[in-house]
Design a protein around this ligand. Structure first.
Ligand code: PAF
Length: 291
């Protein structure tokens, strides 16, 4: 049975039913699909109690939610609860905005600094501050032992891992691996909007990442500039960025370290428009270990 809670008090009461149990949190904005399902399954396998939050957080949208994207965001709690019941979640926390932000947008936010301003943050000012702020609140409200996020949103994972380290949250952040189609395309609900032709063109993104991964694993220099130029020239692909960054800080690696074999693991991230869809993908680059 899944307990559906709408307030902090109801959530506390539901959690009190499981004294001493280990707790996994899957934060979501609802409109749940199989990607969320794999996070819930992972949480189910690791924890006694699985809590799923369903909250469309206005702070991480343009103009603090005063925008079409926020208003039009799909919301169907009943359907989400049905989906979660099938996956064996124990508690759903689906607060109203007034429950989370009773005085309107909070005065005190988590500031993600340059980590939140680059890459995806460059086109969405304030987005990662909004994400970090709501996740901090959700951690306080649910007190999880572990929290689950999709690695597909690598910048979100890195920001939250950093918040946990910098602000001493007592929670383990568990990134769930990217699910890929056999041809390499990262699974995303947006892929449904790709025509067969665009879907084929979209493979250029994962191909670029695989090239970087293989070069680094072979002990060659990553040749990011060359791979970037090839991707930028790919038919039907409008490249936003292809970057190789430090996985802990998301700071770009110095130019000179990209023209020699990498000495430390790095993260390659890509974003591009293909047909009607903006796609993102990422891959960890692990240098060959010296014998
Ligand atoms: O990834 C999401 O769905 C959201 O950014 C999150 C983590 C639930 C915070 O609102």
């Amino acid at each position: 049975m899944v307990a559906v809670t709408r307030t902090a008090a109801e959530l506390r009461a539901a959690l009190a039913e499981f004294p001493g149990a280990s707790r996994g949190l899957v934060p979501t904005m609802g409109a749940l699909h199989s990607g969320h399902g794999s996070l819930v399954e992972l949480a189910r396998a690791h924890n006694d109690v699985v809590v799923v939050s369903v909250f469309v957080n206005p702070l991480q949208f343009e103009d603090l939610g005063d925008c079409e994207d926020y208003r039009e965001y799909p919301r169907d709690l009943e359907e989400d609860v049905e989906f979660l019941r099938g996956l064996g979640a124990d508690v759903v926390f689906a607060p109203a905005v007034a429950e989370m932000y009773p005085d309107g947008a909070p005065q005190i936010w988590v500031r993600t600094g340059s980590m939140g301003q680059r890459l995806e943050g460059a086109s969405r000012p304030g987005h990662f501050d909004g994400v970090a702020t709501v996740v901090a609140k959700l951690f306080q409200l649910t007190r999880p032992d572990r929290a689950y996020f999709g690695q597909k949103d690598a910048q979100q994972v890195a920001v939250i891992e950093r918040m946990v380290a910098d602000l001493d949250f007592d929670v383990e952040v568990v990134p769930a691996p990217i699910v890929r189609a056999p041809d390499g395309l990262a699974e995303s609900s947006r892929n449904q909007r790709l025509s067969p032709e665009d879907r084929r063109r979209a493979l250029a993104l994962s191909r670029a990442l695989f090239t970087l991964r293989d070069r680094v694993a072979d002990g060659a220099d990553p040749d990011v500039a060359g791979v970037r130029a090839e991707l930028a020239a790919a038919e039907g692909v409008t490249l936003d960025y292809l970057e190789v960054v430090d996985p802990g800080t998301l700071a770009p690696l110095a130019d000179d370290s990209l023209t020699r074999p990498l000495q430390r693991p790095a993260l390659a991230l890509v974003a591009a428009q293909v047909g009607p869809v903006r796609l993102i993908d990422n891959l960890r680059l692990t240098p060959r270990t010296r014998r």
